[in-house]
Design a protein around this ligand. Structure first.
Ligand code: WTA
Length: 647
């Protein structure tokens, strides 16, 4: 394989503002360098120092056993309980401090203090126990973003049951596949939840999804939507009835550090979703440390991560990481633009949010809606912004910085994966000079390298495969029930390295630039271009809101570029505009990258976590029917419209 060509140039850079640096958890580069060096040269000493801070009920005998690589064991023989780390350790000091500040889509609100959350989790744990659910059982959770969702995770953790959260937007079939794969004995759900002004009938999907699955003996239903639900006597029980008679205390199970805490399914590019397994001790160490440093957490912060708990971002940075640090977490049930386009900003103003973490796809949506919406609200409480999920194109980064952050908030562009459990590449906001579009530097203990397909290390600015050289505490421990696929997917392509599946380059100053999934790379006459860079060039045109670029077969050049483009509402997407846009790309990055074909569209097919499904677009561009797993697509009508497109 030749390298991925590097065509995007970005020279802007932003140092942490002085006031920010002065008050930061970590505010000088010297200390970062020293800590980083220690974390790489003596990882066991470094991680021991971190892990020691957690409340182990039995101390570990060894920090790491990597002798069975790629099977890692972290904090060997240690015993710990995730719900005790997130709740009990804060009591009584933070008893009255809000743990969850929740806002429903219709505007109803609830606040749970640490004392209240701890009590609720104990009660829910006792409720689950009363249904015979115990240590090691798998419990599926399919819920709207209401406080009981966080409670459900922590209640499972408390009794040692393994939770498997399935995003509330998935259909019955996706639910069934995941419940079957994990052989879950129970499901925690709700009658319904609010989304875009109506109630999604979650219980109905569960009923259809588990029909005939006799191993599911219990369905616990939280009342939220007040919609009518069908009832299976003996199996179904209302959450409030289950908790009516139970005790307020529940002793946390002393879990082995390596006992699974949860499964979370991630869709591969084809085929069956993978149940990623995370365990207890290492995951807590990784998520709590990253939350503290990356989000520069202070006691009085109001922290809002807009992800759904159905994704890894919600697991690690709504529930486990922030609560382990005793933070106040904002949680919002509904859509970002319901009932109006400024809803997120209204919530920032109302709850005086100080730290805001969201996805590039959301930022681009807000850009498209216009600055007048955030401008109606007072966003002066914000002091730190973050992004995750995709590369953020520099235009969106600048808009986020100026329009949302008022030019004063550092941005942390955090690269990581369901598999990594915690943030891997990221700026530290009081230390790192940021460059728009770069996830910058490795976090402590992370040893990234850019290699070619044979595993040879590449030089500065040479695009290649992103791999990790060292094990890290929050790393995945496997794919549920499929050891072979685990080894094959992550550990066999580059011997001795963890292969993330992403392309990246490291610039001459050591900054990492993620180029997207390597499956998406386009090869034109032997030049390998990253989709992300061509998309960035398209989006840098003021009339373009979003773009997705794929390769389609070309007899002459091997592949050529087909671009799917969404333009601002007031722009006429005619042939002349198309020609101008193609020239724009040619002048931004070169004639090689000029799209052979442009298709204008109102929307792009995305996964529900906001990632563009380039695999489907590739098939459309090539004129073939898509096969493979489509259970993650957000809106089928988008796909139908693209197929019907006639140019
Ligand atoms: C992509 C989400 C560029 C990447 C936490 C990765 C990113 C995949 C970034 C994992 C980023 C995530 N810059 N790309 N800051 N963050 N990605 O499992 O391709 O939903 O491999 O985890 O998202 O997605 P996942």
């Amino acid at each position: 394989m030749s390298q991925i060509d590097n065509v995007l140039h970005e020279d802007r850079r932003f140092a942490p503002p002085e006031e920010f640096r002065e008050r930061a958890v970590l505010g000088d580069e010297e200390t970062y360098r020293r800590m980083y060096r220690e974390s790489i040269e003596s990882p066991e000493t470094f991680w021991d120092g971190v892990a020691r801070e957690l409340p182990w009920s039995e101390p570990y005998s060894r920090v790491l056993d990597w002798s069975q690589a790629p099977r890692a064991r972290w904090f060997v023989d240690g015993r710990i309980n995730a719900s005790a780390v997130c709740l009990d350790r804060h009591l009584p000091e933070r008893a009255e401090k809000p743990a969850i500040v929740w806002e429903g889509e219709p505007g109803d609100t609830r606040t749970l203090t640490y004392a209240e959350l701890q009590r609720e989790v104990c009660r829910a744990a006792n409720g689950l126990k009363s249904r015979g659910i115990s240590r090691g059982d798998r419990v599926a959770i399919y819920m709207p973003m209401i406080p009981e969702l966080a409670v459900a995770l922590l209640a499972c953790a408390r009794i040692g049951a393994v939770h498997s959260v399935i995003f509330g937007g998935f259909s019955a079939q996706a639910l069934r596949d995941r419940i079957e794969d994990g052989s879950c004995c129970a499901v925690i759900t709700a009658d319904g939840g609010w989304r875009r002004g109506s109630v999604l009938p979650l219980k109905r999907e569960v009923d259809a999804g588990i029909e005939g699955l006799d191993f599911v003996h219990t369905v616990v239903v939280v009342r939220r939507g007040e919609n009518e639900v069908a009832w299976t006597e003996g199996r179904d029980c209302w959450y409030h009835e289950l908790l009516a008679g139970v005790a307020n205390e529940c002793e946390p199970e002393a879990m082995d550090s390596e006992d699974p805490l949860f499964l979370l399914y991630t869709s591969g590019s084809t085929g069956k979703p993978k149940g990623i397994v995370h365990t207890t001790g290492g995951y807590l160490v990784g998520t709590s440390l990253t939350t503290k440093y990356v989000f520069d957490l202070r006691e009085d912060d109001v922290y809002w991560c807009t992800a759904d708990i159905g994704w890894i971002t919600g697991h690690s940075y709504i529930v486990y990481g922030p609560l382990a640090n005793g933070a106040t977490v904002v949680m919002y049930e509904g859509a970002p633009t319901t009932p109006h386009a400024g809803r997120f900003w209204e919530l920032v103003e109302k709850h005086r949010v100080t730290i805001f973490y969201t996805a590039p796809t959301a930022i681009r949506t807000f850009m498209r809606l216009g600055a007048e919406h955030p401008e109606r609200f007072d966003l002066s409480s914000l002091r730190l912004l973050g992004t995750v999920g995709e590369s953020i194109n520099p235009e969106a980064w600048m808009w986020y910085r100026d329009t949302i952050g008022g030019g004063r908030c550092p941005i942390v562009d955090t690269w990581w994966q369901t598999e990594t459990g915690a943030i891997m590449l990221t700026p530290l906001p009081g230390v790192t000079e940021t460059k728009p579009g770069s996830a910058t530097w490795p976090f402590f203990g992370v040893d990234p390298v850019i290699v070619d397909e044979q595993g040879n290390e590449l030089g500065a600015n040479e695009g290649g495969l992103l791999a990790l050289r060292k094990p890290w505490p929050s790393m995945l421990r496997g794919i549920w029930g499929d050891e072979e696929r685990f080894r094959e997917t992550y550990w066999s392509q580059l011997p001795g390295l963890y292969f993330a599946g992403d392309g990246a380059r490291r610039d001459e100053e050591g900054y990492f630039w993620i180029l997207g999934r390597v499956d998406d790379v386009i090869n034109i006459s032997g030049h390998r271009l990253s989709t992300m860079e061509v998309e960035s060039a398209l989006v840098s045109h003021p009339a373009v809101c979003e773009a997705a670029v794929v390769g389609r077969p070309d007899e002459v050049t091997g592949q050529s570029i087909c671009a799917f483009v969404t333009v601002a509402a007031d722009v006429e997407a005619d042939a002349a505009f198309g020609a101008a846009l193609r020239e724009h790309v040619a002048s931004e990055i070169g004639k090689l990258a000029r799209p052979a074909e442009l298709r204008f569209t109102d929307a792009l097919p995305k996964t529900r976590s906001g990632k563009i499904m380039r695999r489907l677009l590739r098939d459309i561009a090539a004129g073939i029917e898509s096969v493979g797993d489509m259970s993650t697509i957000e809106d089928y009508s988008v796909l139908a419209k693209l197929r019907d497109y006639d140019d």
